[in-house]
Design a protein around this ligand. Sequence first.
Ligand code: AMP
Ligand code: ZN
Length: 500
Amino acid sequence: MQAKKHPIFITNSLTGKKELFKPLVDDYVGMYVCGPTVYSDVHLGNVRTFLTFDVISRYFRYLGYKVRYVRNITDVGHLENDADEGEDKIAKKARLQQLEPMEIVQKYTVGFHEVLNQFNILSPSIEPTASGHIVEQINLTKTLLEKGFAYEVNGSVYFDVKKYNGLHDYGILSKRNIEDLMDSGRALDSQDEKREKIDFALWKKASPSHIMRWPSLWGDGFPGWHLECTAMSTKYLGETFDIHGGGMDLKFPHHECEIAQATALTGKPPVNYWIHSNMLTVDGQKMSKSLGNSFLPHELFTGTHKLLDKGYSPMTVRFFMLQSNYSSTLDFSNEALQAAEKGFKRISSALAVIKKLKYETASSLNHELDSDLNRLSSDCLTNMSDDFNTAKTLAVLFEMSSRINDFKSGIKRVSEVTRDTFENFKASYVGFMEEVLGLTDEVENNNKLLVGTINVLIALRKRAREDKNFPLSDKIRDDLKALGVQLMDGKDGEMNYSID
Ligand code: AMP
Ligand code: ZN
């Protein structure tokens, strides 16, 4: 079911206003989201940000848009403390673990994908790596030098923020004032190569011990973190594209610098709508690896984290995160997860019911119920179109689940509404749950898979016994037993089973 061209309003962090979304090209959305720096396991905070953009891209697709969703992998150039000094985060991990940097990249990229799969976060359309776009980054640096927006010192190239600000507006996104930025923080010391401390590296010279290095016009070096995203976003989405997203903490300096570089290159703003997703917090503090308050997804599923009483399923956690709008902070707690578990059970049980429910020929029409169901279907669209408000959309799905339970218990009958109303209601509930919010009925799915697999094995065992292949028949029984599945031979050759 698709509701084509339902108007969408987005809070644009560039203007701070809620704006009607107008794509650059009809029916097409180009979206870039800053991906992870793959030097450690992703924690739940990271998951929240990627979940936000998963739901946004799902919703555009649901409405019939074609979406090109580009989410990069940062595998080089992100230095410690997001600064221009210090060690590359990946190179440092490689040094500590005595591995190749690309072994670190491989390990954590695979882990990142596994985690996102567990949360039913879909793959982007393109997932480019920074190290795969060195040529593009060298070319952009060259152009910025030619245009006079950059300068070279000792094999490194820096962006000249003061020069840029004379022509454009540095601070346009983060609303920071360049004078304040120049005054604050530490002063330039004699070793600093930058003209001003707010200048940032486009290209850094590699010291002799630096492993991740590429030849360039300025000697061996590596790209600056901010330039990577400009190179990859403009390559795949064009000089100006629709949406750029990321966590709130990337607004400054990362996204501010992206705007400056791209505007200096083309004279045009690179992005029409900036969307920043807010932080997942623990006791009000940003969840972050360096603060030591981060949760790894597997600690949550198994309940092994010290702050948890028990484990929670990925869908419960997905539901928990969608219960608040992406622009608000979300505090993580045991109590909130317990409540989410109950809530998710309720709306996912209703999903299983409505999927099986069939329309019956109309009896006498209950006008009130008919218009109520239509209102609920359209409220899902209105709420999701209002800045992707998943919290309000879930509130509507809860209301809908009450109506579904009324049908189930027989308090109301589907024949009291028109066929169109019923089909629209059913398609809305299933579509918003599964396609838009990505909340699948995991109990039903897991059970289906398990029951189906056990039945296949029971059939094979039966065949083995008919063929007098008793060693195979016993092996199937014993292997299942080791997994906690007890087969019981009934009369007439029937087989039953129980699960521990
Ligand atoms: P990183 O791997 O640190 O580059 O972060 C990957 C993404 O996760 C970025 O978009 C960050 O803004 C985001 N992120 C990091 N910590 C949190 C958090 N506590 N809550 C939400 N998003 C976060
Ligand atoms: Zn980025």
